[in-house]
Design a protein around this ligand. Structure first.
Ligand code: PEP
Ligand code: MG
Length: 594
């Protein structure tokens, strides 16, 4: 049994069997261990020789690439070492097959494990480091042996826990359909789109476990704790008992939290906070009523077509939006136009020029560059808006120019179609540029929605898809809090409704701070609604304001967290006077910063 620790990015507990995926080659690695008869030995030797040949050719090819690149030339030698290692390992595997009469997969597994164990025992840092090389070579040979088809095309066995380096959003959607019970990965941030989808699907997920794909073998039993981020591999009886204890406690807490779900979301001093749902998948519409939410505050429409090979037609979109509105009844629906680009590029766009870079065309700019796609979507949304409470939200607005172009396109569609109702049009505030064009944007907007996921990553220059050092990319950073405050103040002057729809709105601590900063509308993952409702029902607005004012003076997210903790424990910080807020950072006095 082994324990590994990672970052929990989607809550819940799962007990399942590992399916290891290698995303470099997009294949599921299946190591089928079995005993063989004498007559099969020759076939297994042949399979091993073939795999060795493929591995050696691959290594030669990579070595050549390294030799041609001045930056990599020093690493080329390592690849010949790996090639030599592969031959040495193959010889040992052959002996093992002959002696133990097992298939090549099982023999390879045994040889690598034995090799690694011996290296780990040597009292030399140098040899311990070679262990990684052995695993690398072993994994390459295992991949070359695996004759499995791409995992996405195959149904997974029930109770599968996906173990991967990284999972892309479209792959997460695909996985949901195959009944995966948990996801464990090496990379992926808490506000990555994959994490968002995992939470939507209520699949527990852990990320940030280095080399997990080489530490877990296919078919191993795993206990996944999506609350603490711990992973037990081939658990012992006591692991299992402790896991079940934590799971029961989690379920007990969830039941006690959901007991309050039907109550209004009102602070102790009577301030009502509107809770809405972030929705990515149509089936989530049922969660709105389930969690007593006031509507859907963010419908991420691009998620509908992330796997699509065809451009979404008008008819197809009409059907999707109709399903959503009829699922919501009279409740409002904010449809965000496609936020494409970056990690969200469906197959129908991949045929064009390569655009899968996070800072290439994104969001609204993408839509304005592909007017046919945008206009089709606008027409479908306008149609839905004639019989339901639908608003349009534009992602990644940079300033008043792109926003005005989009509004003009919508207005022209309204005119062309001759529809009676022009829906409210909102801008997402999620780029640093939009903070510097707030007044111009607010002058045009019917409402704004602060997207703290992107705002945080672009303000702090920290990739939301990476988990390493999670405090590098947190909306709890004082700079992000000041940005939120700035938007709230500006929106007040324009009497423009403002909502926060980033994933951290679903974090109880952050939600309390947002109330203190003046936010009255939160759109969050429905799975987080009960906990947020319960936390907000326990605080007073005055205390939240004082905490937020002090948080604006902080220097670090840790200091902010300390203040919120005090608020939630019913002993809000009172030591300092609330500080007047305005736009310039010089108004957060240096002497008073915590
Ligand atoms: C955000 O950036 O906060 C947001 C809500 O948009 P998305 O997570 O879809 O990028
Ligand atoms: Mg965003």
């Amino acid at each position: 049994m082994t324990h590994l620790e990672g970052n929990p990015i989607s809550p819940g507990y799962a007990d399942g069997i590992s399916v290891v995926c290698d995303y470099e080659i997009k294949r599921r690695i299946e190591l089928s261990h079995r005993a063989i008869s004498h007559s099969e030995v020759v076939t297994e030797y042949q399979r091993l020789d073939d795999a060795l040949e493929t591995s050696s050719n691959d290594l030669k090819r990579i070595e050549q690439t390294a030799l041609n690149d001045p930056r990599l030339v020093d690493s080329a030698a390592l690849l010949s070492v790996h090639a030599a290692m592969a031959s040495e390992i193959a010889a040992l595997v052959k002996q093992h097959i002959g002696r133990k009469l097992v298939n090549v997969e099982q023999a390879l597994d045994a040889v690598i494990r034995d090799f690694v164990k011996r290296l780990q025992k040597i009292d030399s840092e140098y040899f311990r480091q070679r262990e990684q090389d052995v695993r690398d070579v072993g994994q390459r040979m295992a991949r070359d042996l695996a004759s499995s088809t791409p995992w996405t095309d195959e149904p997974l066995p029930p109770g599968s826990v996906i173990v991967a380096r990284e999972i892309l959003p479209s792959e997460a959607i695909q996985l949901a359909k195959s009944g995966v019970v948990a996801i464990v990965s090496e990379h992926g941030g808490a506000s990555s789109h994959t994490a968002i989808i995992a939470r939507s699907l209520r699949i527990p997920a852990i990320t940030g476990i280095a080399n997990v794909t080489s530490q877990v073998q296919p078919g191993m039993r795993l206990l996944v704790d999506g609350e603490t981020g711990s992973l037990a591999i081939e658990p012992s009886l006591s692991d299992e008992e402790s896991f079940l204890g934590r799971k029961r406690e989690y379920e007990r807490l969830a039941t006690s939290i959901s007991a309050e779900e039907k109550l209004p979301c009102v602070t102790q001093d009577g301030i009502e906070i509107s809770l809405l749902a972030n929705i990515g998948l149509p089936e989530e519409v049922t969660h709105v009523a389930e969690h007593n939410l006031a509507g859907a505050g963010l419908f991420r429409t691009e998620f509908l077509f992330l796997e699509s090979h065809e451009r979404p037609s008008f008819e197809m979109q009409c059907e999707m939006y109709d399903n959503m509105t009829s699922g919501l009844g009279d409740l409002p629906l904010v449809i965000r136009t496609f936020d494409l680009g970056g990690d969200k590029l469906p197959p129908f766009l991949l045929e064009g020029p390569k655009t899968n870079h996070s800072l290439h065309l994104r969001g609204l700019r993408f839509s304005l560059a592909d007017r046919e796609l945008f206009d089709t979507q606008v027409r479908a949304v306008l149609r839905a808006a004639q019989s339901a409470d639908v608003s349009i939200l534009l992602p990644m607005v940079v300033g008043s120019d792109d926003f005005a172009q989009a509004i003009a396109a919508i207005d022209s569609a309204v005119e062309q179609l001759g529809v009676l109702r022009r829906p409210a049009i909102g801008a997402m505030i999620e780029t640093p540029a939009s903070l510097y064009a707030l007044d111009e944007i607010l002058a045009l907007a019917d409402f704004v929605a602060i997207g703290t996921n992107d705002l945080t990553q672009y303000m702090l220059a920290a990739d939301r898809d990476l988990s390493e050092g999670t405090d590098h990319c947190t909306a709890m950073h004082p700079a992000v809090l000041r940005a939120v405050k700035q938007v709230v103040e500006a929106a007040k002057r324009f009497q423009c409704p403002v909502c926060v729809c980033g994933e951290q709105a679903g974090d109880t601590d952050f939600a309390c701070l947002l109330v203190g900063l003046g936010i009255r509308e939160l759109s969050l993952s429905p799975s987080r609604a009960a906990a947020v409702r319960q936390a907000l029902r326990r605080i007073r607005r005055d205390d939240a304001i004082r905490t937020a004012d002090l948080a604006l003076l902080c220097r670090t997210p840790q200091a902010v967290r300390g203040l919120v903790q005090q608020l939630l424990e019913g002993r809000p910080a009172r030591g300092q006077q609330p500080v007047g807020i305005c736009n310039a950072s010089s108004n957060y006095p240096i002497d008073e910063r915590i």
